[in-house]
Design a protein around this ligand. Sequence first.
Ligand code: F6P
Length: 427
Amino acid sequence: MSPTPRLPAATGNLLYAQSGGVTAVINATAAGVIEAARARGVKVYAARNGILGALREQLIDTSKESKASITALRHTPGGAFGSCRYKLKSLEESHAEYARLIEVFRAHDIRWFLYNGGNDSADTALKISQLGKAMGYDIRCVGVPKTVDNDLAVTDCCPGFGSVAKYTAISTLEASLDVASMAETSTKVFILEVMGRHAGWIAAAAGLAGDSADAAPHIILFPEVTFDEAAFLARVKATVERVGWCTVVASEGTRNAAGQFLAEAGTRDAFGHAQLGGVAPVLAALVKERLGYKYHWALPDYLQRSARHAASQVDAEQAYAVGEAAVEYALAGMNAVMPVIVRTSDAPYRWKVEPAALAKIANREKKMPKNFISRDGYAITAAARRYLAPLIHGQAPLPYGNNGLPRYVQLRNVALAPKLAEFPPRH
Ligand code: F6P
């Protein structure tokens, strides 16, 4: 990576906020932001619960945290300042909210805003980046990438993904050793359900668990491939008859020919996204009813995206690097950009961080390319392996205490005294 350029002395404060689903390494990004800003003498405030904290003027003064606490963020999962799913509408539709943000920025002399999230958050960051012009306040806004779903456009991969990918590949491998042991007299089919609403990156990562003809996972179900019940059941049966057992990894975003999620729970979040979770039991019931096999299924859900104990070293390093770069860009006066990861070589794996326009990232979803999914739709290809394999490399260091548990940090999160009236105003 290129050396940090010398920057002119900056004035004002920097606001950092976490948004959307958190990851095992989003706090490493926070550490990158805070350490880089401290090195330049810039104070970092953090918004409590993402953009909501900025609107409500619930700001945390990170200068009250010790150096050791900030360093410990590098290995602490979850979102240290809280996150949110909250969508700002257009400048015209949500004028009061944008005006409030400017009011809060002005009250606390915030000149740089870093928003750490996925594609919806990139959209929010882009809109805020347009505020300066629209509302006559000089604010630089930089989006910072994060999402276990790995579906951000432009960047080669997303911080958070490498770790969930590693956890998924390890879990697939371990549970498959278990079912293989039991198959003779007990369980024949194991089904693992993983996250990823519209893109099958996490499911694909399970494919790293094995690379020979009969190695697990035997079937991967991607959101990009329409679920065909008859073909799926035939494949499970053939695998059990040939191998003795079968491991299936299913994305929560698996859909039928009518385009419906197999696992839709019927509820939606603030962005209108369906709340998913439950494709594994649906598939398991099908297997039992139609094939009569004993099964087990698992839904790691939040376990997968918080599993810092199985985090990838590459991912943790990239998460930190995008935080550092975001500060560098903002302080250099860049606006409406995001630091993205550029792969310069597969083997040996090499990468660097570069700025990219938020307009090219906001509201776009990067799905698995066709050449990453096998012709039959149930496995990953060699090209996918080349892409995925480096992202799970290395074990990110994690200190353990005498109690046998990881030493995670709990920040003090000292609140700044509010200067403004409550928002939204009480009538
Ligand atoms: O942020 C991505 C993600 O982890 C998805 O893969 C998952 O469907 C979703 O978040 C869950 O969101 P929430 O935590 O808001 O229920």
